[in-house]
Design a protein. Structure first.
Length: 88
């Protein structure tokens, strides 16, 4: 059985590379039994998604599907511009 320390390391590594089957299975078994490690895994995945979404810039809005109206594009640009001005 993997320790919590080993699982947190594997969770982090799994974001950057595919783990071997044995490590994935051991990690998943541990995550099913350990609330704290499971919470850590979910939080790390949430942080990664937040960073990914934050990296969207105004210029990226113009590459969205054509189904997005020009008014919607402009509202998104305004919202992005507004949130980037707020202190973190």
């Amino acid at each position: 059985m993997l320790s919590c320390r080993e699982v947190t390391r594997l969770v982090s590594e799994s974001l950057d590379r595919e783990l071997p089957l044995r490590q994935r299975m051991s990690m998943k078994m541990h995550l099913m039994m350990c609330k704290l490690c499971s919470r850590y895994s979910k939080q790390l995945a949430g942080l990664r998604e937040a960073v990914r979404l934050h990296s969207v810039r105004e210029k990226d809005i113009d590459s969205y599907p054509a189904s997005l109206s020009s008014e919607a594009r402009e509202r998104i640009k305004q919202a992005l511009h507004h949130t980037s001005d707020e202190p973190h």
